[in-house]
Design a protein around this ligand. Structure first.
Ligand code: ADP
Length: 241
């Protein structure tokens, strides 16, 4: 984010109100959501947000190992986020690293508030998210896919969780940054919120934004999330109708 020298094609990221991929300032990337895509999982989802492509699979509720992690009064939601080696231009190093550990943790925190974890004491609900192709917004795509996969697994939930980001690029607040905007922009603000009461369950800020800019970003993000939730519901209904 920011500071990086821009290649010629990205010298200007906004020209006459249009972004480098042709989108308007307040436009999300094309979003596709598929449900029940992995046969051997209890629930699963595939999410495509522009060029960002993500699979999520849910296993459980099931026994939790190692036993020292067991919670007596509720289930544990364990999240494992990974980027496949071919998901980025320079082959991603396999295995966990600081970034994947952080994203696993924030995705867990984004989803936990809507799950009735107390219905499954001592058990484990495992969510595995694999990034097939990364083009910015993988944590928000992970939340979208994870939430739908949990619902598809029949895990009792108060509602869904959706997520999208907005950021500051060349002095403008843009919805849902793509990779060049994320790499060469000034800041990125991913936010997850619940479908029922629109409570924020994840908010991170990479870079610097003023209070007014954050408020502007949140207005865009709320609109983006309303659309994402409608697509999540549509995808789930499609499976059960
Ligand atoms: P997010 O994917 O949630 O936006 P980051 O801000 O950490 O999270 O990453 C932004 C983007 O940077 C990723 O979506 C991906 O396109 C790129 N990226 C992240 N890690 C790597 C990596 N190890 N190699 C190449 N590109 C990466």
């Amino acid at each position: 984010m920011s500071g990086a020298k821009r290649p010629k094609e990205y010298e200007k990221l906004i020209v006459k109100g249009k972004r480098c991929d042709g989108r308007k300032i307040d436009e999300l990337r094309p979003l596709t959501i598929k449900v029940g895509v992995i046969k051997r999982a209890n629930g699963s989802a595939y999410v495509e947000l522009g060029k960002t492509k993500v699979y999520a699979a849910v296993y459980g509720p099931k026994e939790l190992h190692p036993r020292r992690l067991v919670e007596d009064d509720k289930a544990v939601l364990s999240v494992k986020y990974s980027m496949l080696a071919f998901s980025v231009n320079d082959r991603a190093r396999p295995g966990p690293n600081r970034r994947s550990t952080e994203i696993s943790k924030v995705v867990k925190h984004a989803l936990e508030p809507v799950i009735f974890l107390e219905e499954f004491p001592q058990l484990n609900i495992e969510l595995i998210v694999d990034i097939i192709q990364a083009d910015a917004g993988t944590r928000t795509a992970a939340v979208i896919a994870g939430s739908v996969a949990l619902a598809n697994a029949g895990i009792p939930m108060k509602g869904l969780v959706s997520a999208c980001a907005a950021g500051k690029v060349d002095g403008e607040i843009l919805l849902d940054l793509n990779a060049p905007e994320d790499n060469f922009g000034d800041s990125d603000l991913p936010i997850a919120m619940t479908s029922t009461d629109k409570k924020i369950t994840l908010m991170q800020l990479d870079g610097v934004m003023t209070k007014a800019e954050i408020q502007k970003a949140i207005i865009l993000i709320r609109k983006g999330n309303d659309y994402i939730i409608s697509k999540q519901i549509e995808a789930l209904k499609g499976v059960y109708q």
